[in-house]
Design a binder for this molecule. Sequence first.
Ligand code: HSE
Length: 442
Amino acid sequence: MAFKVGLLGLGTVGTGTAKILLDSQGRHPLLQELEIHRVGVRSLDKPRQVELKEGLLTTDLESIATDPEIDIVVELIGGLEPARSLILAAIRHGKHVVTANKAVISRFGPEIFDAANEKGTYVMLEAAVAGGIPVIQPLKESLVVNRISAVTGIINGTTNYILTRMQKEGADFAEVLADAQKLGYAEADPTADVDGLDAADKIAILASLAFAGRIKLEDVYCEGIRQVSAADISYAEKLNFAIKLLAIAKRLAPADASNATNTTDVTEDRLQVRVHPTLVPKTHPLASINGVYNAILVEGEPLGQVMFFGPGAGSGPTASAVVSDILSIAAILKTETEPIPHPLLSCTHQHYCAIAPMADLVSRFYARFLTKDKSGVIGDLGTTFGKNGVSLESIVQTGMRENLAEIVVVTHDVREGNFHKALEEIRHLDAFDSIPSVLRVL
Ligand code: HSE
């Protein structure tokens, strides 16, 4: 019995996927039961990196989503439309879907999973987060008995590459970005990566799985790396931190919840889901994840910590995740005559998670100030922080920048709302000039 696969897209990941499907030697024998039935592409004339049987290619993508012979539709075209409509059409026609599309799943997951549940089909998305790193299936199966407290990840390779080079070369963001674009590590339009949007899509998906509830993408706080400067990286280095774009989904401890802005909203289930550049202590396992690599640290009870590390993008790694999803579906189809929704592999939750506002975040902060070089400035800063309940871990003035004193502060844990209130007062100090950067500290 062969399972017929319809591929939508034959770009980088589509080509990698076709290559694995056509070369089963030395891989799992179930692969031999998979057959590429048709492949949807934008242009029939483009040269291809994989040799396919004649007549497989079509530009009619809709005909693949509705083809009665196809069992599994694999969506690898990316973008929101027509990807979303094709996924929904495939489900309506009773097909199982494998997708690498984080943008569609993070925005339209509820619509897609409701449709799939109604039809009794599967939607699998291992490749949508962290490319070749298995993290979706572990969250759905291997780790599912744990009470997850936090998922913290470096899940955007482009920004990790840029920050790593800034750290190693002492270079500024714009300079490294331009070079990364030249070398093909960053897109011509880098917005989705450098502004944190790609990581926000991915952490919304991971949070939804880790905390078994739906996440509204607009509830994910998102700050990119454009404002991270060579000066901040250098100060961080001196203070024994690396700056990383972290994506964090965390269950708020009741102690954190008791600090809430609006206590009537507090339930045990409040989450914080956020993406922002973060000072990570050099001793933390995520601090040493460099270059384009991704890593996800999952913390739960009783497991403790487990970290997944590997290639977060690329043709082969992402295709490995895609084909493993195809294989999981084929295994279910092979063993179950009536494929009822698998209790672990299908999406069973329907409620939305309550997300706490950023003002309630309790974190350490790093801030860099420029002030007039007058006596008593450091004292005034310290006093203003103190008045607002912000306790300082360190305060240093190492030099001057353009005739202004540069003062760097690291706080102890403080409610974000209180920290910003202190900054507001600091802006009114006589010697104040500017606050070039404020970053959170893990
Ligand atoms: N642009 C993404 C990254 C590719 O840099 O990680 C994988 O989603």
